[in-house]
Design a binder for this molecule. Structure first.
Ligand code: FES
Ligand code: FES
Length: 213
């Protein structure tokens, strides 16, 4: 008997069978029992209460919610921007208990009882914060996407210098911090502006600092 008669598959059929077995191996769900919906993990939620721009807020949040998403998606304060969502651009900078932070890198539930200030809480269209007014005067933006983060950061940079908090470029770590171009550049280096409005941003900060640099 001719052994070739035992195998009557065409080349196309062999390829098809191979593809089916690879798929079954690569996708275990195809051969495993279906997931029981009742046992699927439910998100863990928690209540968080904090003050945002002077107003008490209470939210019931998935514990994985970042402060940025709590502000934008739950409180609809969309002035704070999501740029990279990875702590690399500074667009999401807000002020929490007097310190600037990247709100995309911190969970909302970590800020129970905190005082949060966003760009909406710094000033109003009728009564701008001096830093907001200086950005407008010096044209410290083009598209404006990075601007809320730049302004929140700039406000805190001036406070840091006033409080003699040294930076990486401060010469004397125990002496008085001095306002200078190098200090501003270093301290603002976490706020990226893709439009490259840096020199005008610097002029705005310098005006509010009341100096030249
Ligand atoms: Fe937070 Fe870029 S969005 S640092
Ligand atoms: Fe456009 Fe800064 S003004 S990114």
């Amino acid at each position: 008997m001719d052994p070739s008669n035992d195998w009557k598959f065409t080349r196309r059929e062999v390829l098809k069978m191979g593809a089916m077995s690879v798929t079954a191996l690569a996708v275990p769900g195809l051969v495993a029992a279906p997931v029981d919906a009742a046992t699927a993990a439910k998100p863990v939620t928690a209540k968080v209460a904090f003050e945002v721009n002077g107003k008490p807020q209470q939210l019931d949040l998935d514990t994985r919610t970042t402060l940025l998403d709590a502000l934008r998606e739950h409180l609809h304060l969309t002035g704070t921007k999501k740029g990279c969502d990875h702590g690399q651009c500074g667009a999401c900078t807000v002020i929490v208990d007097g310190r600037r932070i990247n709100s995309c890198l911190t969970l909302a539930v970590m800020h129970q009882g905190a005082k949060v200030t966003t760009i909406e809480g710094l000033g109003t269209p009728d009564k701008l914060h001096p830093m907001q007014a200086a950005f407008v005067k010096h044209d410290g933006y083009q598209c404006g996407y990075c601007t809320p983060g730049q302004i929140c950061s700039a406000v805190e940079v001036l406070d840091e210098i006033k409080d003699d908090i040294p930076s990486h470029v401060t010469g004397d770590l125990t002496g008085k911090a001095q306002f200078s171009r190098m200090e501003v550049r270093e301290r603002m280096s976490g706020n990226i502006c893709r439009c490259g409005a840096y020199s005008n941003i610097h002029d705005a900060i310098t005006e509010v600092a009341g100096g030249t640099a």
